[in-house]
Ligand binder design. Structure first.
Ligand SMILES: NC(=O)c1ccc[n+]([C@@H]2O[C@H](COP(=O)([O-])OP(=O)(O)OC[C@H]3O[C@@H](n4cnc5c(N)ncnc54)[C@H](OP(=O)(O)O)[C@@H]3O)[C@@H](O)[C@H]2O)c1
Length: 256
């Protein structure tokens, strides 16, 4: 059985991955994972492939174990794995709770490692792994501090794993969008610490570029001219300066 496994499929970019992968590739089943089962159930009948909703909280080890058990039972060939579950929170480090930072690290970094690890035996030559990362992975970001650090981890992890898995013909790519119109902001915005958003993209465009970039053999996918220019500038500039620009953008906006 050829399948795709997509976490974070109940909304935003994970959901868009379901739509676009289903249109481009033939799968027997698409396993869609997130906490809100009713949202996952909505996907039934909307795709060519059969959808299997799997309600899991990926911050919990028992969820990873349940997924591993399902793989062992069904023994599928996983043609595509997408790790799109994730969340962030804007605000001063001291204003957050250590419990929430723990959940953020568990979901954005640890679950990406765990899901990739337990799926690996079921990936074959030609299989692809998309790790949902962020523009924030390229630089430290004050007021999105822990979130950006979890994404820096994903960038390093994905690129190195791509090299390791190359001899097996398995591709791993970090998808690094700038701001995207999704439910991400419903959770992230709690105060006015981050108010300047240079440009907000649509999930459809991010995922279209990601699928193309995978075909081109890239290990990092960045959509949009402005975001590509920002990544380049971030690589060429001292991070102290990059953070100064970020802070200035936020302050300038508050005065306006
Ligand atoms: N939107 C942006 O501006 C932006 C920019 C760069 C990177 N990203 C990254 O892109 C990825 C997708 O985010 P999005 O923008 O599409 O946001 P979104 O619409 O809020 O989607 C996040 C997904 O993660 C799932 N999720 C949250 N907590 C979970 C948990 N404990 N266990 C399992 N699933 C969980 C949510 O489903 P349930 O609530 O149903 O569990 C939802 O499907 C995230 O990693 C995010 O950090 C977003």
């Amino acid at each position: 059985m050829n399948i795709a496994v997509i976490t974070g499929a109940s909304s935003g970019m994970g959901r868009e991955f379901v739509t676009q992968l289903d249109a481009q590739q033939n799968f027997d089943e698409i396993w869609v994972i997130a906490r809100r089962k009713e949202r996952l159930e909505e996907l039934r009948g909307q795709t060519r492939a059969a959808v299997r909703p799997i309600a899991l909280d990926l911050t919990r080890q028992e969820s990873i174990d349940a997924y591993a058990q399902l793989l062992a039972q069904e023994k599928p060939s996983v043609r595509v794995l997408v790790n799109a579950s994730g969340f962030g929170r804007f605000g001063a480090f001291a204003d957050g709770t250590v419990e929430e930072y723990g959940r953020m690290i568990d979901l954005n970094s640890k679950a990406v490692v765990s899901m990739t690890y337990v799926t690996l035996p079921y990936l074959e030559a030609g299989s692809c792994v998309y790790e949902l990362d962020s523009l924030s992975s390229f630089q430290p970001v004050p007021y999105i501090n822990v979130y950006a650090a979890t994404k820096a981890f994903v960038l390093s992890f994905s690129r190195a794993l791509n090299v390791e898995l190359k001899p097996r013909g398995i591709r791993v790519m970090a998808v690094c969008p700038g701001w995207v119109h999704t439910e991400f902001f419903d959770h992230a915005v709690t105060d006015d610490s981050v108010t300047y958003f240079n440009k907000i993209y649509e999930p459809q465009d991010i995922i279209r570029t990601a699928l193309k970039d995978m075909k081109k053999g890239k290990d990092v996918s960045v959509h949009g001219f402005r975001i590509k220019a920002q990544v380049l500038a971030t690589k060429l500039s001292p991070h102290r300066f990059v953070m100064w620009v970020w802070m200035r953008q936020q302050r300038k906006n508050k005065k306006a």
